[in-house]
Write a protein that binds this ligand. Structure first.
Ligand SMILES: [Cu+2]
Length: 518
């Protein structure tokens, strides 16, 4: 019943979005304007120090904004890209200035205090560094105990980026249990780039790079209904004019695309004169692919990243960045097809590639986890997603369960459902027994894809988030993935979580803890 109450309370809190606090967040770009990269903050001499103020406002359309404000001489900007090299340290200060607007639902305080302590509410925040293979301890990538309350002096994250961290696109977002969806719905998400992709894939050297962040906003995030996608905070929804991406005729660009939506599974395409083009896939989920490959569709689940090279058509051509329809099953929400941006061909010759080295300085096998395929698993586990129904209003409990254990929703004070140790290499089968597609996300490590539906996966891809399609119903097998988890690095020892990255499901408890003993 506790979950039912939580679900009902969730509806009660929806009215919060309509209370209009003083505007705290910067204006967002007008529809139909040129898509501009987020401000980049790069590390200097081995460190990147930045201070963000988490703020909240509501726009004229009634959409709540939650923003990571960064102060510049020209005023506040929202959610800069953090750029670091492997071996650097990130010092990120967060002050919480979300304004109080009355009574709210709450989750009990965490058992082990990190930061301000106190109840977890819509006004409290913290930060998850999604994909980074770093420590889950306090002041690093801890989301279980870290609570930053409004009005307090703030909190500093100090995160050493491992020397062998794979180059690629990672991201940051709040992860307060029960309330993640509200803040991410309001746009609280930004990119982290670990530099050095050209060392593994020299194809990208010298190309114009674009960081493209797709977010999703609902007027009321807990109720499935119409949504708007945004591209770098620009609304990309009919009837507004499309965002504009500038390219020179024939130019190749390196696009680093983050799916920061709440729940949208996005089959992305670059369409020229009506025909989907092959793009050159460089990296997935912040991990360089073993071998650059051509695909005309790249499926990116919520929280996933895809980095690829696109080529503009010759002068006079028409190109569109597009997401296809994706079916999420009888109890899933529709993920609709739509253009994300139109390509505007600008004058002048393409910049092209400069000083391209054809020899990679770093082989994919040299990266962290690069030898994982050769390891023998020390343990096998099976987990499954499921949904429990109640009444006629659809699922009310969202569950992820270790096979053989009792099905239950996540509670902040629960014991880990899995205990393992540094040095373990484990093969996990994750099955979907629900009538809805889910997105499995593992904190702290990337996993190696081994099998899909019992068949070998064609590529040695490392992911941190993977879609598992819905069950078609009686008479049909469950869909599953088999992945290899690498717990050999002592850096990640501690307690952390795995969960569905449909954020409503995570907030309602489709999550559990794992303990990696030192
Ligand atoms: Cu889910």
């Amino acid at each position: 019943m506790r979950s039912v109450c939580r679900y009902l309370l969730a509806f009660a809190v929806c009215g919060f979005a309509f209370l209009k606090p003083v505007a705290q967040c910067p204006d967002r770009p007008m529809p139909g304007s040129v898509v501009v990269d987020p401000l980049s903050l790069s590390s200097q001499n081995g460190a990147l120090s930045a201070d963000f103020v988490m703020a909240h406002s509501v726009d004229d359309g009634g959409y709540a904004h939650y923003c990571y404000n960064y102060k510049t001489p020209g005023g506040f900007v929202e959610a800069p890209t953090l750029r670091l090299n492997p071996g650097d340290t990130l010092h990120l200060g967060i002050r919480n200035r979300i304004q109080s607007d009355g009574a709210l639902m709450k989750m009990p305080p965490p058992v082990d205090k990190c930061g301000d302590g106190g109840d977890m509410t819509l006004l409290s925040t913290n930060v998850h560094f999604h994909g980074l293979n770093v420590s889950p301890n306090c002041h690093q990538d801890d989301v279980i105990n870290t609570v930053i309350q409004p009005g307090t002096p703030g909190f500093e994250f100090n995160i050493p980026i491992p020397k062998d961290e794979p180059p690629g696109l990672y991201w940051y977002h709040p992860h307060i249990h029960g309330f993640t969806e509200f803040q991410v719905n309001g746009g609280a998400a930004g990119a982290i780039i670990v530099e050095g992709m050209e060392k593994v894939h020299p194809e990208v050297a010298g190309l114009t790079e674009k960081v493209l962040i797709i977010r999703q906003q609902y007027l009321v995030p807990w109720i499935p209904g119409p949504y708007q996608l945004t591209l770098n905070y620009q609304v990309t929804a009919f009837p507004f004019p499309r965002p504009v991406i500038e390219m020179k005729p024939g130019e190749k660009q390196f696009w680093r695309v983050l799916n920061a939506t709440l729940q949208d599974f996005m089959p992305l395409q670059f369409v020229v004169n009506g025909v989907p083009q092959d793009v050159e896939v460089i990296a997935l989920d912040g991990y360089p692919v073993n071998k650059v490959r051509k695909q005309n569709t790249v499926l990116v689940p919520p929280a996933g990243r895809a980095e690829f090279i696109v080529q503009a058509p010759p002068a006079g051509g028409n190109a569109v960045f597009y997401t296809l329809n994706y079916g999420t099953g009888p109890t899933g929400n529709p993920d609709l097809p739509q253009p994300l941006a139109g390509i505007q061909l600008t004058n002048g010759p393409s910049k092209g590639q400069v000083a391209k080295s054809t020899v990679a300085a770093l082989q994919p096998e040299d990266l962290k986890f690069g030898d994982l395929a050769k390891q023998s698993p020390t343990t096998q586990r099976k987990l499954f997603f499921s949904e429990e129904f109640g009444g006629t209003n659809g699922p009310i409990q969202f569950l992820i369960t270790v096979d053989g254990q009792k099905q239950r929703v996540f509670e902040p004070d629960e014991k880990p459902v899995i205990t393992t140790h540094v040095g373990a290499v484990e093969d996990w089968v994750i099955e979907n027994r629900a009538l809805e597609t889910h997105a499995f996300h593992m904190h702290q490590i990337h996993f190696l894809m081994l099998e899909v539906d019992g068949k070998p996966y064609p590529y040695p891809d490392y992911r941190d988030t993977i879609e598992i399609p819905y069950w078609e119903g009686p008479g049909h097998p469950y869909h599953s993935v088999k992945v290899r988890m690498d717990f050999r690095d002592p850096t990640i020892a501690g307690t952390f979580v795995f969960h569905c990255h449909i954020l409503l499901h995570e907030d309602l408890g489709m999550m559990h803890k794992i303990l990696v003993q030192p």
